[in-house]
Write a protein that binds this ligand. Structure first.
Ligand code: F6P
Length: 367
């Protein structure tokens, strides 16, 4: 039987456990032997009991559990050739021929690099007698399939990433709570949200909560005029009778000279220029924690089924697939192409080609 392992890597995201559950159970139903690699790539390098065989019951009750129960880590050892060779040896010793990686773009790139180096690792291990001729023959290829688990929704080629909608719910609930206290005191709040270099969480939270102003990296305001525009909008809304002002700032927000826009500065502007009693709330890791919402459980489950299918139909000479969603359809694309497109966004922003950045992120919101 095929021996397939799943690992989670990078920042955890709600829905990762639903992925592990669905990968394990669908794999078993297709006659495969299923494994979980604990602690991300670190577990692959460490081997031993970090690589565990999973049965149907191993993942009972995992659907609704937030985070990742098999652990995740940012692994230094896997960035070295020796670490990757050790990882290859551990996989071969367990007889594992395929890995499904659930993580962000960095984790997925690491997986694809590992796959491309695989024949060299096998050759190396054979030459140094760490594996037998027979093992080398049986493990000529490694199959890699990617699933995007990230609250940031920052991967190009897919409409949505696993965990992003749950995180958006958390943000909306938090802003709803802030609204009541803001109204009571007639205050302004600057709410800083996660997303790394991506403004999706901030933009969607702004729409979903009816915020007064949103700052995102892909659509940076003019270096000088954002301050006056912010005041003009906040004041206009106050004149319309609003008792609260809510500004949502993506943690990666920039102005068009690529200088970071800081929550504290926004607070000072609202305080000094408009006399608004202003507070900053940085939502932090509460946005990443807790049980996945129904949409993320469903997305994780159906994408994971597709990931196992992709393992079973993959060929040694085709690019590693990434499971994505486009227009409500689950499909696969080239993992490396999606990663390259994602990097193009950062490049477009650094070249101040903001229209291109927005278009690459999400054409729907380019306007
Ligand atoms: O990528 C997910 C994310 O939560 C980002 O939104 C955030 O910038 C980063 O991870 C925080 O990383 P850490 O958990 O290492 O502080």
């Amino acid at each position: 039987p095929r021996k397939i392992a799943i690992l989670t890597s990078g920042g955890d995201a709600p829905g990762m456990n639903a992925c592990v559950r669905a990968v394990v159970r669908y794999g078993i139903s297709k006659g495969c032997e299923m494994y979980a690699i604990y602690e991300g790539y670190q577990g692959m390098v460490d081997g031993g009991d970090r690589i565990r065989k999973m049965d149907w019951k191993s993942v009972r009750g995992w659907m609704r559990v937030g985070g990742t129960s098999i652990g995740t880590a940012r692994c230094k050892a896997f960035q070295t050739a020796e670490g990757r060779i050790q990882g290859a040896e551990n996989l071969i010793k367990e007889g594992i021929d395929s890995i499904i990686v659930c993580g962000g773009d960095g984790s997925l790139t690491g997986a694809d690099v590992f796959r491309s180096e695989w024949p060299t690792h096998v050759e190396n291990l054979k030459k140094t007698n760490r594996i037998t001729e027979e093992e080398a023959e049986r493990h000529k290829h490694l199959t890699i399939v990617g699933l995007v688990g990230s609250i940031d929704n920052d991967m190009s080629s897919t409409d949505i990433t696993i965990g992003a909608v749950t995180s958006l719910h958390r943000i909306c609930e938090a802003v709803d709570s802030i609204n009541t206290t803001a109204m009571s005191h007639s205050r302004a709040f600057v709410v800083e949200v996660m997303g790394r270099h991506c403004g999706w969480l901030a933009l969607m939270a702004g729409i979903a909560t009816g915020a007064d102003f949103v700052f995102i990296p892909e659509r940076p305001p003019g270096e000088e005029d954002w301050r006056s525009r912010l005041c003009e909008v906040a004041q206009r809304h106050r004149q319309l009778g609003k008792r609260k002002t809510i500004i949502i700032v993506a943690e990666g927000a920039l102005d068009n000279s690529l200088k970071p826009i800081k929550s504290e500065e926004i607070k000072d502007i609202l305080t000094d220029r408009l006399g608004l009693d202003t507070r900053v709330t940085t939502l932090g890791h509460v946005q990443r924690g807790g049980s996945p919402c129904a949409a993320d459980r469903i997305l994780a489950t159906i994408q994971s089924v597709e990931a196992v299918r992709a393992v079973l139909t993959s060929k040694p000479d085709t690019p590693s697939p990434l499971i994505i969603s486009r227009n409500n359809q689950i499909m696969s694309t080239s993992l490396m192409k999606a990663v390259e497109l994602t990097h193009e966004v950062a490049k477009a922003i650094s070249e101040k080609n903001f229209a291109r950045a927005m278009e690459l992120r999400d054409p729907q919101f380019a306007e």
